[in-house]
Structures are given as C-alpha cells and as structure tokens.
Design a binder for this molecule. Structure first.
Ligand SMILES: *[C@@H]1O[C@H](CO)[C@@H](O)[C@H](O)[C@H]1NC(C)=O
Ligand SMILES: *[C@@H]1O[C@H](CO)[C@@H](O)[C@H](O)[C@H]1NC(C)=O
Ligand SMILES: *[C@@H]1O[C@H](CO)[C@@H](O)[C@H](O)[C@H]1NC(C)=O
Ligand SMILES: *[C@@H]1O[C@H](CO)[C@@H](O)[C@H](O)[C@H]1NC(C)=O
Ligand SMILES: *[C@@H]1O[C@H](CO)[C@@H](O)[C@H](O)[C@H]1NC(C)=O
Ligand SMILES: *[C@@H]1O[C@H](CO)[C@@H](O)[C@H](O)[C@H]1NC(C)=O
Ligand SMILES: *[C@@H]1O[C@H](CO)[C@@H](O)[C@H](O)[C@H]1NC(C)=O
Ligand SMILES: *[C@@H]1O[C@H](CO)[C@@H](O)[C@H](O)[C@H]1NC(C)=O
Ligand SMILES: *[C@@H]1O[C@H](CO)[C@@H](O)[C@H](O)[C@H]1NC(C)=O
Ligand SMILES: *[C@@H]1O[C@H](CO)[C@@H](O)[C@H](O)[C@H]1NC(C)=O
Ligand SMILES: [Cu+2]
Length: 807
C-alpha cells in the first residue's frame, strides 16, 4: 500500500472517529449533567460544576510562554562558541592538530569540543543569588593524540569563554585533571589508535591465511573486499595484563538490509598479541574451534583437513532474523488500535532556548552530552530543589561464555557515547505524536551533528488511577496523569530507552528499557552460558548494569541517608501477660560514612533507604526526605572483580552507593576507562575514603539493570516489555499529606440503593472539543536523520543530512 493510499484510508477513519465522538454525545442535557444539577439542588457538600465547554477547540492558550528563571548553565556550547574553540585549537601549534578528514593514524585530531560542566559550588552560588553572574564557561576538549609511539587521549580545558577575538593570548588550554582519580596530566593511553591498520594489516591478513577453511566452512571470505560475506571483530575491552591481547571471531554479514550481524556468529576464534604500533611485531597466538584450542594456524589447518573433523553449521540470515512483520496476523490486529491523544495540547511548558521545563509543580533544566546523553539538573518540586543532578553515568554489558569473545566482552558504552546515538524518535511509536520534541547536538570530526527531535516530552494517562476508594455509599478515583522526558540511544546492536517520569504524588521514576539485536554467540558446548535459541546460536548470557548519578538536595545540601529496616523479633509487652510474641518491628539507622556506603537492596525489601535532612524534622519529629526504591527489577553485576574490567567499573557490583559530593568527583565513569582497566582515568573505588556522610551534601550512585539470558523471544529483537529496570524517588514524610489530592482530575460518586445522588468533579474540564485525530498519524515520511554543520572551516549556512550509526 502506497503512502497516499494509506492516508486516504486514514482520513476516512479520522472522519468516522471525529463524527462519532461529537455526534454521539447526548444533547442537550446529558444524564451526568442532570445528576449534577440534582445534586446541587440538594446542596451536597463538595459539589463543583465542570467548567463550561469552550467550544470546539480544546487547546488552552492561557498557559503562556515559559521563561527560565536563570539561564541554563548546563546547556551546551553554541555553534559559534564551538567554532571559535575549534579554530583556536587549530591555531595552537603545540597541539599539532590535523583535521579529522585528512588525518591518518599518526596525526592528532580533536575528538570532542563540549561545555565543561560547571562546578556545583559555583552553580549553587549563582542559583541562590549569592553571585549574579553565571559561572565562567570553559570548553572541555578531547584530543586524540596519535602522532606518537605511545598514543593517548587527552582531556583538556580551554577558556574562559567566549574566546576574545584577536586575543589568542588571553585564552589558554590546560590539561583537565581534577575530575579524575588517575593523576596523569589528563591522559589515558589509546588502544584503538591503529584501527585501520588492525584490519588491513592484521585481521584481514589472518583471515586470508585460512581462506581455504572459510570458503570450505562458510563459502565466504573476509579479506576487506567488497564481495566479503564475512566480518571479523571481537572483545572489548582488550586484555591488558600481559601486553595487549585481542580475541576475534567471524560473523556472517546479513544478506538483507537488516542489522542482524550479531545473530550470525560462525564459531571460529583467534587470539592475537597486538602490543605496540608496529603490525610486523604482532603475533597470532592460536585458534579456537568447537571448544578445542590450536596454538598455530598449521595445527588448526592440519586438524581441519584431517578425517573425522567435526564441522559446525553456520548461522545464516533469513526472515527469522529480520524485524519486519512475519507470521500469521493475530485476530483483529488489523483494526486500528487505541491511541493516545492530548485534545487540549500540552499542559506543560518548555523554554526551548534554555532547555527549561515546567510541568505541574516540577521544574528542571535539561542538558545533553556526548558521553551519556540526556541529563536533568536542578529538579525542583513546589519551588524547592530536591535533585541537583540526575543522569546516566555509564552502561555496562558484561558477557560470559566458554569462548574467549563472549568471555572477554564487557562493553562500557560511554566509550561509544550515548549522545552520538540518540537518533531521531519515531513520532507516534517511540513517543506519542502529540509530544513536544527537542533536538540534541554533539561534536564530531569538526562538525556539529544535530539529532532532530531526539528528546521527547509528554504527558499521558498511566492507565490506572493514582487513588481510589469504594464504600457502601461513595466511590472516589483520581486520574494518574504523569509526565515523561525520554530519549533513545542505539549503541551498536542495542537500543536503550531512557525515561524520566514525574507523578502527581511528587514521585519521580527513572526507567530504562532495552530493545534491538542481542549480541549472541555460537552454540558449541556452552549450555552453561546461555540458551540454545536457533540453529547454531546461543543467546549469550550477560548482565546489563546501567549506572546513574543522583545528587539529591533535600531542603538544602546537608543530608543523611536513613535506613529503616523491618526486623523479625520476639517481644514481650505490658499487655501480653508475660507471654512473648513473635512479631516484627522497625530499626532505624544512618549510613554514617563512606566506609559503609556501598549498599545492596535488602533481601525481601526489608530496608527502606531515604535521603533525609535531620536538621529539618516535620511537625511530628520525623525527618523530611525522599525515599529511593527499585520500582522494576534492578540488578548489579554477577561477576565479581571482573577479569575484563579490573578497576574500570568499580560501581557495578552494588545496588546503590553514597558519597560526599565533591567538585572533584563529578563523574563516576570516564569514556576511556576501557583503555587502561587496571589504572583507569576514574577508579570509582577511590571515591570512598571514609568521610562522614552525616548531614553532608550526598550523591547517590545507583544501578538499574537486567540479567539478560536471551531466549527464543529475543529473536529477532529483544522487547521493551520485559527488558527493563526502574527506580523511584518518592517523598517520605516530606509533605503534610499526599499532594495528588491537589488535582481536579478526580471524581467522587455518592450513591445509595442503586441511585446516584452526586457526581463531584471538582472543576475538571469537560472533554467536549472536536478531536483532531490527524496528529496521531504524523507524516513519517518527514523522518530526516542528523543535520550536520561544519565547524572548521566554519560554515553554518552549508548544512547537510548525514546519519552515522555504529556498524
Ligand atoms: C584537508 O584536506 C582538504 C582537501 O581534501 C584541504 O582543503 C584542507 O586544507 C586540508 N586541511 C588540512 C588542515 O590540512
Ligand atoms: C606533528 O604531527 C605530525 C603528524 O601529523 C608528526 O609527523 C610530527 O612529528 C608532529 N610534530 C611534533 C612536534 O610532534
Ligand atoms: C569576532 O569573530 C567573529 C567570527 O569569528 C565575527 O563574527 C565577529 O564580528 C568578531 N568580532 C569582533 C569584535 O571582531
Ligand atoms: C588566533 O590566532 C590565529 C593565528 O594568529 C588566527 O588564525 C585565529 O583566527 C585567531 N583566533 C581567534 C579566535 O582570534
Ligand atoms: C558460494 O558463494 C558464491 C559467491 O558468493 C555463490 O555464487 C555460490 O552459489 C555459493 N555456493 C553455495 C553452495 O552456496
Ligand atoms: C571477490 O573480489 C575479488 C577482487 O575483485 C575477486 O578476485 C574474487 O574472485 C571475488 N570473489 C568472489 C567469490 O566473487
Ligand atoms: C605480547 O607481546 C608483548 C610484547 O612483545 C609481550 O611483552 C607480552 O608478554 C606478550 N603477551 C603474551 C600473552 O604473549
Ligand atoms: C531542530 O532543528 C531543526 C533544524 O535545524 C530546526 O528547524 C528546529 O526548529 C529545531 N527544533 C527545536 C525544537 O529547536
Ligand atoms: C581481583 O582479581 C585479581 C586477579 O585475579 C587479584 O589479583 C585481586 O586481588 C582481586 N581483587 C580483589 C579485591 O579481590
Ligand atoms: C572546579 O572544582 C575543582 C575541584 O575543586 C577545581 O580544581 C576547579 O578549579 C574548579 N573549576 C573552576 C572553574 O573553578
Ligand atoms: Cu541484553
């Protein structure tokens, strides 16, 4: 069915829908109105008439424009700032830079130009009006220094901004060191400097050396030619404890356009010692096939061609690996499904320029970075800051297997970055079509890429009430309308959907869902490491650990982590007449210092964790605070002291961790921790130095995640319904009561003996507008991909579309 045909059918549908909605409404006096009127006559308390219908257009124009109270100090650099920093960097002869498009593996390039996140100390002074001017801005730059026998990445600071014209002298660059635990002048070695040579002079050469075998086994070759049918790649991070070692394996290329390669492993592995930058000194260290290790190519070839050698079948793409509709259409599935509409338009406001958002009693700022994508800052509820910063720090996918590639794979995804892969959202699918969409931008190779409509903001009905109660003479129920900010990052084979949700009870939910293609492994004697899910395919077991920073400020920055634990006990009471009773009670305690602040959710949910301010008890003497609780399954890493990660992810083995906030500890992970796993730029364990956590500025680092043992239902793609994890932050003794009582979107029905005497509606609006169904089906042919603007030479007028994914 062509697009225009689809639209004809749709318009017809819309027309029908529209007509039904308006015409079938009883006029002039619906039954409910009669009831309300009769109730009024009888003078029941609590009666409140619905607002008069406003005609055919529901859209509320009274909301007005929103202006951020303060400029967003976390918003990225402007196009002009990025261009000026880039130009300035190229003028610094000491950096010896080459433009990325002209660079070889032996040239220095700029990897990143981004705003340096200002220190909390300085931002608070500005937000609280102690100082008038926003903190001085600096650019955070990453240099890929490859013109060197020992290549390295360097974090540097450039500033202050704006760089003054003609005063190249007043701006400076310096190594960025204070946020890192490793003191190495802001540098970490680069193990990927020779990424082209690795293929041309090594992986394809090794593959060619067994061309007879790849042709015999898989009727294909892996030579770096256009007619290759086989790909080769392997572990991440590389083994680093005795030189630099890699294990690689072969994968069939998909024959269709579907991204199914990670479902097509072929089961042959080889180990290489790639220490140093001279490929002539690299060495092949052996082959693994069907769980047998061969120390040399000759040994493997001899075995392969000898009688009785067991040949394993390849994994080959077919429709089983493609995500298009397949199979029998379920009954009634072709009927147009229920859809989300927002007839009155948005009930929240966004200051697009300042990335400032206000919904109901919540307001906050958005920021977006290369490493971790979307972040929220200065989240206030009813005018009081409750969270200074909330965002992802890192995502780990730790695999295991009896083969070295699965065993050696422990992706730390911020290496690739969540920002560069937060693609344009699909309206009406990824988010409701009526959502507000924002762009996000990131720097790469002397350009700024803008992902159009890659952040969405929307309200919706949760599908269950936030409150209800029934008695013999009344029933009350309250709509559960909540607000979401969302982005989706496709990091290689996987799609992570990040949602931040705000509720009328003052709670905030942080949720992540995963879809896309699994990274599978070849099924050979590895039933202990995954299910057998297709012909020769194992759904390789792995843990996803999504690691977040939550900097809470409850009634100021002086906070304490309180634990309230339910314990089984045997007690005797004055009234128990000398008999003991087996029962339970509460034990209250605090997380007193960083010596005891790496925490696990208690078995049976027995401990409630909350961030409280003990200086500010409520009227009953209880500490006002916010409780932190898992709302969907969460996990921590099963692997302990991972051989792959060593010190690179020392946050992965716990559920939540509390540290004292420090300007020198803004991040718990660094995108290049994988390059030096024993001594990474940020070793999170070094944050814990015994400091007191009693009434200090606290940061809670927590993990979401999933133990993922892919099964047949992960084919072709993992589904968001079951691959998910979440955490809630809820007010605890923080307010006098439940703030969701403030909404008018509730009802109380009084009734007796089958007769309703009152329908109390508290002034909620009558949904009488003509529903324009059109926006439900946005024109998906408008999907564009990324907008790219050159920064050096700077040419903002000559932009173009180009989207890069990890392939
Ligand atoms: C990069 O190459 C382009 C042509 O390919 C050239 O115009 C430009 O000057 C080069 N830039 C540098 C910094 O060498
Ligand atoms: C500057 O980089 C080039 C490669 O782009 C390299 O050949 C040269 O040695 C470097 N110069 C210095 C002083 O490091
Ligand atoms: C500063 O440089 C920018 C371009 O880099 C230019 O647009 C602007 O006019 C200059 N301002 C002054 C005062 O020279
Ligand atoms: C800095 O100086 C260099 C060389 O003198 C010049 O090309 C560049 O435009 C100057 N940059 C700024 C921002 O003034
Ligand atoms: C092997 O591959 C070649 C070229 O890709 C193809 O023409 C041929 O049909 C294949 N043979 C088999 C047995 O699949
Ligand atoms: C692949 O291409 C190369 C070079 O063009 C050619 O020599 C070879 O025969 C081709 N292989 C197949 C299977 O077509
Ligand atoms: C790899 O090569 C380096 C340098 O030649 C050597 O020091 C190291 O021991 C080798 N590692 C292994 C596992 O052979
Ligand atoms: C997103 O970018 C496009 C293209 O530059 C622009 O037209 C649009 O206004 C931007 N959207 C927002 C919400 O800023
Ligand atoms: C982690 O494992 C390494 C290597 O097996 C060992 O040397 C080290 O002591 C272990 N560390 C801890 C904390 O268990
Ligand atoms: C931010 O804080 C760090 C650590 O205290 C300090 O070294 C750095 O100079 C501060 N940055 C600014 C811009 O003041
Ligand atoms: Cu998974």
């Amino acid at each position: 069915m062509g697009l225009s045909k689809a639209f004809q059918v749709l318009s017809l549908l819309l027309l029908t829908f529209h007509t039904t909605l308006v015409a079938s409404r009883p006029r002039p006096e619906p039954k409910s109105a009669w009831l309300r009127n009769s109730a009024k006559r009888k003078g029941f308390p609590g009666y409140s008439k619905r607002e008069a219908p406003s005609g055919t257009d529901c859209v509320d124009t009274q909301l007005g424009k929103l202006a951020a109270p303060k400029p967003n100090v976390w918003a990225g650099l402007t196009n002009d700032e990025t261009a000026s920093v880039t130009a300035w960097l190229f003028a610094q002869t000491s950096l010896n830079l080459t433009q990325t498009e002209n660079a070889t593996e032996w040239d220095n390039t700029i990897m990143l130009v981004e705003l340096m996140t200002p220190n909390k100390t300085d931002v608070l002074a500005f937000l609280e009006g102690v100082v008038e001017r926003p903190p001085t801005r600096y650019a955070h730059v990453m240099i890929d220094h490859r013109a060197d026998e020992n290549p390295y990445y360097a974090d540097i600071l450039v500033g202050p901004l704006p760089l003054q014209n003609g005063t190249n002298g007043s701006a400076t660059w310096e190594p960025l060191t204070y946020p890192f635990t490793k003191q190495n002048n802001g540098r970490v070695r680069n193990l990927d400097a020779d990424d082209d040579t690795l293929y041309s002079d090594w992986l394809y050469v090794v593959s060619a050396s067994i061309k007879d075998i790849t042709l015999e086994l898989w009727n294909g070759t892996c030579l770096g030619l256009d007619n290759d049918t086989i790909d080769v790649w392997g572990i991440d991070p590389l083994w680093q404890d005795d030189g630099i070692i890699r294990w690689d394996t072969f994968w069939n290329y998909p024959t269709s356009d579907f991204d199914a390669e990670t479902l097509l492993p072929l089961g042959l592995y080889f180990m290489s010692n790639v220490t140093g930058r001279d490929p002539s000194k690299w060495s092949l260290e052996g082959w693994l096939y069907n769980d047998v290790f061969y120390p040399t190519t000759d040994a493997f070839r001899a075995a392969f061609w000898s009688p009785g050698f067991e040949r394993l079948p390849p994994n080959v793409e077919d429709t089983w690996a493609d995500s298009d509709q397949e199979g029998t259409v379920p009954p009634a599935d072709k009927i147009y499904p229920p859809s989300l509409v927002a007839p009155a338009g948005s009930r929240f406001r966004v200051d697009v320029e300042e990335r400032y958002v206000k919904w109901m009693d919540f307001d906050f700022y958005l920021s977006f970075t290369r490493d971790t994508g979307l972040r929220l800052f200065n989240i206030r509820y009813k005018g009081e800051r409750i969270i200074y910063e909330l965002g992802l720090e890192e995502a780990l996918a730790h695999y295991a297997g009896n083969d070295p590639v699965s065993s050696g794979t422990s992706y730390l995804d911020s290496f690739y970055g969540f920002g560069p892969y937060a693609f344009e959202l699909v309206k009406g699918f990824d988010c409701p079509s009526y959502a507000t969409y924002l762009n996000s931008s990131f720097y790469t190779a002397e350009t700024t890429h803008t992902h159009l409509d890659s952040i969405c903001l929307f309200e919706m009905d949760a599908g269950y009430p936030i409150q209800r109660h029934s008695t013999m003479n009344y029933v009350s129920s309250t709509r559960n309308i909540f607000f979401t900010v969302r982005s989706v990052s496709t990091v290689g084979n996987y799609d992570y959907m990040f949602s931040y949700q705000f509720y009328m009870d003052g709670s905030i939910h942080i949720e992540v869902r995963a879809s896309g293609y699994i990274q599978s492994t070849y099924y050979a004697k590895n039933g202990d490491y995954g299910y057998h899910i297709h012909d020769a395919l194992s759904g390789s077991m792995h843990d996803h650990v999504l690691h977040y920073k939550l900097d809470m400020d409850v009634l100021g920055t002086a906070n304490t982590m309180q634990m309230t634990t339910l314990v089984a006990t045997t007690e005797t009471y004055p009234w128990s007449r000398g008999k003991s009773r087996n029962t339970m009670k509460l034990q209250r305690s605090f997380v007193e210092s960083e010596d005891e602040s790496k925490l696990f959710w208690a078995a049976n949910g027995a401990t409630q964790f909350s961030v409280v301010n003990t200086d500010k008890p409520n009227a009953f003497g209880e500490y006002r605070g916010y409780r932190i609780l898992p709302s969907e399954g969460t996990i921590h890493s099963t692997v302990q002291n991972s051989s792959n990660l060593v010190n690179a992810a020392n946050w992965a083995g716990y559920d939540l961790m509390v540290t004292k906030q420090k300007d020198s500890e803004p991040r718990s992970a660094h995108p290049f921790n994988s390059q030096d796993v024993s001594d990474p730029p940020i070793d999170f364990s070094k944050f814990f130095d015994g400091e007191s956590l009693m009434q200090e500025d606290l940061v809670v680092w927590f993990n979401l995640g999933m133990h993922h043992i892919p099964h047949t239902g992960d084919l072709p793609n993992t589904v968001f319904t079951t691959a998910h994890s979440g955490l809630q932050i809820m007010p605890l003794n923080y307010l006098k009561g439940d703030p969701s009582r403030e909404t008018v979107n509730m009802v109380r029905i009084n009734y007796k003996d089958g007769v309703v005497s009152e329908v109390a509606e508290f002034g909620q609006k009558e949904p009488v507008c003509a529903l324009d169904f059109q926006p439900i089906e946005p024109d998906l042919a408008d999907y564009k991909g990324d907008v790219v603007i050159r920064k050096f030479p700077y040419d903002p007028s000559d932009w173009y579309y180009e989207t890069d994914s990890i392939v």
